[in-house]
Design a protein around this ligand. Structure first.
Ligand SMILES: CC(C)(COP(=O)(O)OP(=O)(O)OC[C@H]1O[C@@H](n2cnc3c(N)ncnc32)[C@H](O)[C@@H]1OP(=O)(O)O)[C@@H](O)C(=O)NCCC(=O)NCCS
Length: 332
């Protein structure tokens, strides 16, 4: 597979060089870092040749995310060796581009390569008309502090808290204290999501098309390959499907909870959602894997109340996921 970073194949047919005086073991040496940029890094090429230089690992994210193809790439080279890499996804409308990985090999860090990779990506994308660059990072990453400093220095907007991720395990989750009497009100029934009929599936899709009621992000048909059939449950009211808790097995040892949804017209208090959660968690505790991952979007007040009330004491790790943006009107 030919490299998309070949001579003359760059976005504006130019190579970007940077000579740096580096203090290494108390001796100054000149490092000759060359930057190359391509807007044609195919996913096949990236997975086969660049994945080892990605953080977060693009192969892991690809389990639940369909990357847009091709990607923009900026590579930093020290002679023939790759020292750093940035990959970004961009939409065809030329509006938003998301940086999906930024990585510098440990021995090259703190020499300005990370910032330079970002600057080249910013320059190339804004000069071809993009309006916003996005980057997402997690509070538990070892280098999240460096990322924050780097983005501050390059004038990125303040962080937005996108979601919280709570991790826990069977031992802790078994201690959850459910309300003493928790019953489904009359007219409601639950069913295993795996038993959804083709006709029900068709009806759901049709009703969403006619009058959209499922919020983006809670599509029951997303990431279907990884649905955990063991404890994904649908909810009916008088025979009609009005909600679900769909869980995902993105990793072998964990079940991910990020899709509890109830039709807006049937939302009244926490009884029904808590009932669904109790059933679903109970099934995992009975015969599912060890670990539980809760992903709760910033605006999802109901789930945050649930987490504060029921999960608070049972969490192993709490992670904040932030997004920052760079707008083309910001100073470059
Ligand atoms: C985050 C990461 C890409 C930064 O790369 P980097 O090449 O070290 O970044 P820079 O050199 O531009 O900046 C890092 C620090 O070095 C400092 N620095 C830059 N040039 C320097 C020099 N010549 N001498 C001394 N310090 C220097 C910067 O001021 C910055 O310091 P600060 O954190 O105190 O503000 C790198 O640490 C990494 O790959 N981490 C692991 C993967 C990761 O977390 N990626 C983030 C994905 S969003």
């Amino acid at each position: 597979m030919g490299s998309p970073f070949k001579k003359g194949k760059t976005i504006n047919n130019c190579f970007l060089y940077r000579n740096k005086l580096i203090l290494n073991q108390n001796r100054y040496t000149v490092m000759n870092i060359k930057y190359q940029l391509s807007t044609n890094v195919t996913l096949d090429y990236a997975f086969a040749n660049l994945a080892y230089m990605t953080f977060p690992d693009i192969r892991k994210k690809a389990v639940s995310h369909n990357y847009k193809n091709p990607l923009l790439g900026v590579v930093a080279r020290d002679e023939q060796k790759v020292a750093g890499l940035l990959l970004a996804e961009f939409d065809k409308k030329h509006i938003v581009s998301e940086i999906i990985t930024l990585y510098v090999k440990p021995e090259y860090r703190k020499t300005g390569i990370g910032s330079t990779l970002l600057k080249h990506a910013q320059k190339a994308l804004f000069s071809s008309g993009y309006k916003e660059l996005h980057i997402v990072y997690w509070s538990n990453w070892k280098y999240s502090g460096t990322v924050v400093n780097l983005l501050d220095k390059l004038g990125w907007e303040k962080p937005e808290n996108l979601m919280k991720i709570y991790k826990t395990n069977r031992k802790k989750q078994e201690k959850i204290k459910w309300p003493a009497s928790l019953e489904l009100p009359a007219g409601y029934e639950i069913f295993f999501w795996k038993d959804l009929t083709l006709e029900e599936r068709r009806q759901l899709k049709e009703s969403q098309q006619q009058t959209p009621w499922i919020d983006p992000g809670f599509d029951p048909f997303k990431n279907e390959r990884h649905i955990e059939t063991l404890n994904s449950i649908g909810l009916k009211y008088q025979g009609n499907i009005i909600g679900w808790i769909i869980t995902y097995r993105n990793q072998p040892d964990s079940v991910e909870y990020n899709n509890l949804f109830i039709h807006p017209e049937y939302r009244a208090g926490l009884t029904v959602p808590v009932y669904l959660l109790k059933e679903s968690i109970g099934l995992q505790l009975k015969s599912g894997p060890e670990n539980f991952i809760w992903i709760i979007g910033e605006g999802n007040t109901g789930m945050h109340i649930f987490a504060a009330r029921y999960l608070n004491q049972l969490i192993e790790e709490e992670i904040n996921v932030f997004r920052r943006m760079k707008l083309d009107i910001d100073d470059q």
